[in-house]
Design a protein around this ligand. Structure first.
Ligand code: MF3
Ligand code: CO
Length: 248
């Protein structure tokens, strides 16, 4: 069931998204070679609580952390811990906040210097996939317009699109209907209407789109060990158009 948001509820979601963006603005400079991933997680955790929010992932299906930190061939759901960020790592950061019952969700990838041309291009094309997906959001169109925008652009560059995980509705909880796949699926394909709040999140691999889960029960990695990039925004659809609520 798709739960549409009224203006007052949207204002609550906006605030949650703003807090997430503010957290990212302070976290970003800390992400550099030598950083310990657990310490980045602690920074995000403390920032969110200090500002009256709750880390939305923490405890979600028993997820143990505030951030997902997915490095290189890790696609999503990488667990913060003792790992140290290295030169040339491709670091993916994902976080959600529950602020007064309103949920935000956003993710970005960051290349540690020196960034190879291949990594730079993978990040750029994945960002373009997200940009194109957002431009495809239009009242009256269907969710598949988003999916097609991501898939066609990634494929045009020979990249693999992850199918096992999707974007989603967000706002009243971390994951809501509708699913927002990054490929054109045979599943439900609702029309885009005012009041929808969506987390759009292309996950794009330099190799094939196949992934599997590590033994830690969380980390999703590319089957061929190729690099993977991930960008995500929470967006709102209103009668006036599309509003991108998050920033990184
Ligand atoms: N960030 C993921 C998403 O975008 C959700 C992570 S769920 C968690 O949908 F369990 F890992 F926290
Ligand atoms: Co998400």
């Amino acid at each position: 069931m798709i739960r549409l948001k009224n203006e007052e509820q949207l204002e609550g979601i906006r605030k949650s998204c703003t807090l997430l963006s503010e957290m990212y603005a302070e976290l970003k400079p800390l992400i550099k070679p030598g950083a310990v991933t657990a310490e980045l997680d602690k920074f995000a955790h403390d920032f969110i609580f200090d500002h009256g929010g709750k880390p939305a992932f923490l405890g979600y299906m028993d997820y143990p952390s505030t951030l997902c930190i997915s490095i290189n061939e890790e696609v999503i759901h990488g667990l913060p811990g003792k790992r140290i960020v290295r030169e040339s790592d491709l670091v993916g950061i994902d976080c959600g906040i529950d602020l007064c019952g309103y949920f935000s969700d956003a993710a970005f990838s960051l290349g540690m210097p020196p960034v190879s041309d291949e990594t730079e291009k993978l990040m750029r094309v994945t960002r373009e996939c997200l940009d194109r997906a957002i431009k495809a959001v239009e009242v009256g169109s269907r969710i598949s317009a988003i999916s097609r925008a991501v898939f066609s652009h990634a494929k045009a560059h020979g990249y693999g699109v992850v199918r096992q995980y999707c974007g989603h509705g967000v706002g009243f909880s971390q994951h809501e209907d509708p699913q927002v796949p990054n490929y054109v699926s045979a599943g439900p394909n609702p029309r885009i209407v005012p009041g929808m709040v969506l987390a759009i999140e292309p996950m794009i691999n330099a190799g094939t789109g196949d992934v599997y889960d590590l033994d830690d029960g969380w980390t999703v990695v590319t089957r061929d060990r190729s690099m993977s990039a991930h960008y995500e925004h929470t967006i709102a659809v209103s009668a006036h158009g599309v509003e991108v609520l998050t920033h990184w």
